[in-house]
Write a protein that binds this ligand. Structure first.
Ligand SMILES: Cc1ncc(COP(=O)(O)O)c(C=O)c1O
Length: 285
């Protein structure tokens, strides 16, 4: 079965899908997106993803082209049309095709694109050894809460990690932890999970919310606040979270070991809670 995508009302093979060059996504990066993991053909935390999609659309003043019921229907079709049980859906909406002009076009129709790819969760050795990260100044805009398709700042920041043989770049704005270039970041200090607040300086991760829920449900202390760079560098543990990477331990930061240099006890506990939650929710359908 070839990869089937959705574009503006049609399901078609990816090599037959085209977008006009005047699409404002292409010209301006004028659009937003979502990434939704699918386990055993069930979309994970779908209502949370649809809520964040609405917030992103509100943030760029674009009307939602579909009701939640329509999204559920379209996503269901796309998931069935693609071969693997575990997938991740990339969902992308732009302000549509119009003569190039910064001003919002009066009657452009939003472009809606969705594709599915096989979801491969991180291999075991990443949990056992952890991953490396580097740090950088967060030089992005002030609306990081919008999941905007204009990702050039994130791309440049994440490439710093790739160039250093690491997987993620941890960002500090004015010396305060915000998030990763493509993930949320948590620290652990004396048995307490430290999390930055969900404000305009970070993307409100769906996985981030789940970590907060799992910590609360299992009596693990968690503090939301502004955490200075020095504190993060001396943390016992660092984790990164995202829908496709789930929870991963960061064991090296800027070439130096984080805590013991091995995934910590709280990481293993959260990893187990996350897997248990995922299996329970997916079994429930
Ligand atoms: C900048 C940024 N922060 C956080 C996240 C994590 O969000 P989620 O857990 O919803 O995948 C992502 C996901 O790709 C991201 O790009």
């Amino acid at each position: 079965m070839s990869q089937i995508i959705y574009l503006n009302g049609k399901f078609l093979p990816i090599d037959q899908a085209f977008v006009p060059v005047l699409d404002r996504g292409f010209i301006f990066g004028d659009g937003i997106y979502e990434v939704i993991p699918v386990y055993s053909r069930h979309a994970f935390r779908l209502s949370e993803h649809l809520r964040r999609l609405q917030n992103s659309l509100d943030g760029i003043r674009l009307a939602n082209p579909h009701s939640d019921a329509e999204w559920v229907d379209l996503l269901g079709h796309l998931i069935e049309a693609n071969p693997t049980e575990d997938q991740y859906i990339y969902l992308h909406i732009t302000r549509g095709v119009a003569k190039r002009d910064h001003a919002f076009p009066k009657d452009a129709v939003p472009t809606v694109f969705m594709m599915s790819n096989p979801l491969v969760t991180p291999p075991r050795d990443l949990y056992e050894n952890g991953v490396g990260a580097v740090s950088a100044v967060d030089n992005r805009w002030d609306r990081c809460d919008i999941k905007a398709i204009a990702l050039l700042p994130n791309i440049l920041l994440r490439q710093l990690a790739i160039d250093a043989g690491a997987v993620e770049t941890i960002l500090f704005r004015g010396g305060i932890l915000t998030e990763g270039a493509a993930s949320n970041i948590f620290a652990v200090e004396n048995g307490v999970i430290l999390a930055p607040p969900k404000d305009n300086h970070m993307l409100p991760g769906i996985t981030y919310d789940l970590i907060l829920e799992l910590a609360a449900a299992n009596g693990i202390p968690l503090e939301v606040g502004q955490f200075a760079e020095a504190r993060i560098r001396h943390a016992d543990e660092l984790w990164l979270t995202s829908s496709t990477k789930e929870v991963l331990p960061i064991t090296v930061l800027d070439g130096k070991p984080v805590g013991s240099g091995k995934p910590g006890a709280l990481f293993w506990k959260m990893h187990a809670l996350y897997q248990e939650y995922k299996n329970r929710v997916m079994r429930a359908g």
